[in-house]
Design a protein around this ligand. Structure first.
Ligand SMILES: Nc1nc2c(ncn2[C@@H]2O[C@H](COP(=O)(O)OP(=O)(O)OP(=O)(O)O)[C@@H](O)[C@H]2O)c(=O)[nH]1
Ligand SMILES: [Mg+2]
Length: 454
């Protein structure tokens, strides 16, 4: 359901990332786009305003603009704000003092009856609770039968309907049976209305006062967007709501209801319905939901950071060695190892979705792992003396090394040539005013050009 929002935000971060060092103006532009993305996702305007102001306050700070990966910092700030917006910690149901009653309320067709059965099934299977279902819906003739059918599918006991029985009498009967038979949880399904009306509210109030529910869960249809939020507010003002279940999150809801619910009503989303089947109910985790919204961006940035880190550390080490005027075949060996681990990063990349761009970049660097392995083998077949002073490697030594490493004399020559090129580069750099400059010229890639195969 968050696909569109997710895509929009990923685009924003992608553009930020390409900029590298960020100026305040870049962050401002990104914030404008985030604002539009949230509004398009149907998030309530006051919520959007507050969220964006919050992000801005943190994102234009000095730490972000001066950090090594500013875009990554912005993603993290947005992620943390989203988690907060969605309610911070996941909220578990409070079901001590058996029999604990869960009263399900909501408008017509929001999914109360289905969710009652799903929730019963969930509590039986996951929390090992003894659960009794009962329908207080005396409006619709088939309503009680509907719950009984679903209860049978969920393999959860359900109070048998009795024709003409009033709502409060059913509630009493359910509580009696629960106490007598030792049920720990009683889930009461109620009738829905097309609109919030006085009669419905009075009925719910009387049930609430009679059974004193541990939880009053409002079931709201995510497809109705901001209406779901308004409805939740009205129910809460009148009868008090302890938590929200958002249904039809499997549909093409834009996500606004989920994102605004907590901020507007102050009530936590405890479960989300993600389908018609009885197992399509999930506990709501703000952290996971935020990660899902920012998923791609997060994965990409993580991997990018790993790759950058490997390159930068390596470049720095190399720079230090070069500054001391030393770069022998042992150093080259280390370089090759580093390149191999970059290949490892490439392997991880292959398994992750949505990061073709980065994969292309690494592919373009023509990293041939087999070649790296052979080059390492060549160096491994040398004596310590040969590695320190490659100039002593003449024809017979080359033949021995080629044989020892299962390669050819040509390959040994090629490797030695690469090493010589790197040394030349070093000398040129020293003449041109220092190694620092050289690495400045190489830029972010950090790897001396002579090192890459071909
Ligand atoms: N796709 C999808 N459908 C759902 C979900 N939850 C409920 N439904 C469907 O929504 C329809 C209405 O669900 P009910 O549980 O009967 O709704 P209700 O609130 O009990 O309706 P009333 O009793 O008439 O007020 C049914 O066809 C359900 O299968 C959900 O999370 N996803
Ligand atoms: Mg119903």
């Amino acid at each position: 359901m968050f696909e569109q929002l997710s895509r929009r935000l990923t685009d924003v971060f992608e553009r930020l990332r390409r900029r590298g060092a960020l100026r305040e103006g870049d962050v401002e532009a990104a914030l404008r786009e985030i604002r539009v993305a949230l509004l398009e996702a149907d998030v309530a305007l006051p919520v959007v305003k507050r969220l964006v102001a919050d992000i801005k306050e943190r994102a234009v700070g000095r730490e972000v603009l001066q950090s090594v990966t500013p875009a990554q910092m912005v993603v993290k700030i947005v992620h943390d704000r989203l988690v907060e917006l969605l309610g911070g910690e996941a909220r578990a149901l409070r079901l001590d003092a058996p029999p604990a009653v869960i009263l399900m309320v909501g408008l017509q067709g929001s999914g109360k009856t289905t969710t009652s059965a799903k929730l019963a099934r969930h509590l039986v299977r996951r929390a090992r609770k003894r659960v009794l279902l009962a329908s207080l819906d005396v409006r619709r003739p088939a309503a009680q039968e509907q719950l009984r059918t679903l209860a049978a599918q969920a393999e959860v006991p359900c109070l048998d309907p009795q024709p003409g029985e009033p709502v409060l009498a059913i509630a009493d009967r359910a509580m009696d049976r629960a106490r007598r038979e030792g049920f720990e949880v009683v889930i009461l399904d109620t009738a829905g209305r097309l609109h919030i009306d006085e009669e419905l509210m009075e009925e719910l109030e009387s049930v609430r006062d009679r059974v004193r529910p541990a939880e009053i869960l409002l079931v709201a249809d995510a497809l109705t967007g901001q209406d779901a939020v308004t409805i939740a507010q009205s129910f809460d003002q009148r009868i008090g709501v302890s938590g929200i279940v958002l249904t039809r999150l499997d549909g093409d809801a834009r996500g606004g209801a989920a994102l605004s619910m907590r901020a507007v009503t102050g009530k936590p989303i405890v479960f989300v319905g993600v389908g018609e089947k009885l197992d399509a109910l999930e506990p709501f985790h703000p952290e996971r939901m935020a990660s899902r919204i920012l998923d791609m961006g997060d994965v990409v940035s993580l991997v990018e950071r790993v790759a950058e880190q490997v390159e930068r550390e390596e470049a720095e080490r190399l720079a230090r060695r070069m500054a001391k005027g030393r770069f022998d075949l042992n150093d080259l060996r280390k370089q090759l190892e580093q390149l191999k681990s970059l290949g490892g990063v490439k392997g991880i990349l292959a398994q992750l979705p949505g990061i073709q761009r980065l994969r292309r970049q690494i592919d373009e660097s023509r990293l041939d792992e087999r070649l790296l392995v052979r080059q390492c083998a060549i160096i491994d077949s040398m004596t310590p003396e040969e590695r320190r002073r490659p100039e002593i490697i003449h024809a017979s030594r080359k033949r021995r090394i080629a044989k020892g490493s299962g390669t050819s004399v040509q390959e040994v020559n090629k490797l030695l040539k690469q090493h010589r090129q790197m040394q030349d580069m070093l000398k040129k750099a020293q003449r041109a005013g220092g190694v620092g400059k050289l690495f400045g010229a190489i830029g972010g890639r950090g790897l001396p050009p002579g090192l890459l195969p071909h």
